[in-house]
Design a protein around this ligand. Structure first.
Ligand SMILES: NC(=O)c1ccc[n+]([C@@H]2O[C@H](COP(=O)([O-])OP(=O)(O)OC[C@H]3O[C@@H](n4cnc5c(N)ncnc54)[C@H](O)[C@@H]3O)[C@@H](O)[C@H]2O)c1
Length: 420
């Protein structure tokens, strides 16, 4: 079956590119968002998020009438749920956005429809979504009631695109598709084959949910291993970068690089969905989260030591030491500051050393208000290299890798090992 009309619920970093790519491939797409500004911006052919090549595609599909944004869902053949799945309090997954999305699509659901959950979700959320839909539409049957004879098909299809490469990866990446039944999986695979050139690999919903969480937990655990090594090596006076390079000469060893912590909205979040579900069993996954979350505090401890060393070296009082934090984003060469450990470290240093902290971030033109309020100043790299007493390298941006610090008198805390 070919889908002619779909509804995408949630038009953020995932939903908007997905809606747009469907619209580029001949599907009539209604995008739904509760954010009025987002809806209005999209209907003007513009975008409210940053993603290369997206704006042009939105402009084109809105102009040709294949994409429109609204605040209320319309009847369609398929519904894709792309709303946020953050956690609340002590790492409890917050599924309220998914429940709200179910409430909004329930009135327009019709026999034969497919509902796909794209949001990164704890195991069993797709089943929960089907239960909510059944509760709101008791006149329709769902897979948990009628299995392959259900009126509505329900599946999970997690998203694993890389920000900055979304428009290409959406098309080229393989997709994991987990239906609540085989017919649900087949219907969802048909939908994604509209534009996916990668393989649409079919499994069940729980495995699909777990596969996305596993991918990010794998990264988290391996980064935690590197971060733990960096702390051990510092204590034992061993150069961790040399150590890792040597160990990686083993043909079956591939240790990742340590850093100042783990950020972003996926790797630092998704492992908690596994820990929350199976707290007694997810021991390594839990510990990895704690190790990575501790690393910024450890870096701040190293900066405290560097400030004392700089004070002794220069004869200045501690309150006169200038600290330059190099890099604010959550990884190299991007402008995304969300959940960034580098940003957190910079902010905490400014709390402890008011009016002494400079930030260097070549990928932004202005600091977030939160940092401005702490009197942190955005300065050029040269100024930091020439005038700071302490340099704290937090992110390995290309500008920093190519900079020379041989003429700098600063005491250096290099969390990425680029200036050895
Ligand atoms: N951003 C990524 O790189 C990425 C990658 C893989 C997976 N994911 C996952 O995809 C999901 C969406 O992430 P995102 O980055 O697109 O989030 P986002 O915050 O950029 O976008 C979510 C959008 O949903 C809207 N929304 C919230 N509740 C709604 C409702 N009831 N009805 C309609 N719209 C609603 C919000 O206004 C927002 O525009 C999350 O589960 C996330 O973990 C994100």
């Amino acid at each position: 079956m070919r889908f002619s009309k779909i509804c995408v619920i949630g038009l953020g970093y995932i939903g908007l590119p997905t809606a747009t790519v469907f619209a580029q491939h001949g599907v009539n797409v209604v995008g739904v968002d509760v954010n009025k500004h987002a809806v209005e911006t999209i209907n003007q052919g513009k975008i409210h998020i940053i993603e290369p090549d997206l704006e042009q595609a939105v402009a084109q599909t809105v102009a040709q009438g294949s994409l429109k944004a609204t605040m209320t869902p319309e009847a369609a053949e398929a519904f894709l749920v792309c709303v946020p799945t953050p956690f609340k309090g002590e790492y409890e997954p917050d599924l309220s956005y998914i429940q709200a999305a179910c409430q909004s699509i329930a009135p327009v659901l019709q026999k034969g429809n497919l509902v796909v959950l794209e949001s990164t979700s704890p195991v069993e959320t797709t089943e929960q979504m089907a239960k909510w839909l059944a509760e709101y539409r008791p006149d329709l049957s769902f897979p948990q009631q009628k299995r392959e004879d259900s009126d509505i098909r329900v599946a999970h299809c997690p998203e694993r695109v890389l920000p900055g490469q979304v428009m290409r990866e959406l098309i080229e990446n393989d997709r994991i598709i987990g239906g609540l039944t085989n017919k649900c999986s087949q219907a969802a695979a048909n939908l994604y084959r509209t534009f996916v050139k990668g393989e649409c690999v079919i499994t069940n919903a729980r495995t699909a949910e777990m596969s996305k969480l596993t991918e990010n937990s794998f990264r988290d655990v391996n980064i935690a291993f590197a971060n733990e090594l960096s702390i051990i090596c510092d204590k034992l006076n061993i150069d961790v970068w040399e150590l890792i390079a040597l160990a990686n000469r083993h043909p079956r060893v591939n240790i990742l690089q340590p850093g100042c912590g783990v950020g972003g909205h996926c790797i630092a979040v998704d492992p908690w969905f596994i820990v929350h579900k199976t707290p007694d069993l997810a021991k390594i996954i839990h510990t990895a989260r704690l190790v990575n979350d501790y690393k910024p505090q450890w870096v701040i401890g190293k900066v405290n030591e560097a400030i004392i060393a700089a004070s002794q070296k220069t004869g200045k009082g501690v309150a006169d030491i200038k600290i330059a934090c190099l890099g604010l984003s959550f990884k190299a060469d991007i402008d995304d500051l969300r959940e960034s450990p580098a940003l957190k470290i910079t902010a905490q240093l400014a709390d402890k050393y008011p009016n002494q902290v400079w930030a260097v971030e070549p990928n932004v033109t202005a600091l977030p208000q939160k940092l401005i309020d702490k009197n942190i100043e955005l300065v050029a790299l040269n100024q930091a290299l020439q005038q700071a007493d302490v340099l704290v390298l937090l992110v390995e941006h290309k500008e920093f890798k190519s900079a020379s610090i041989t003429n700098s008198n600063a005491v250096v805390v290099d969390t990425k090992g680029i200036w050895k």
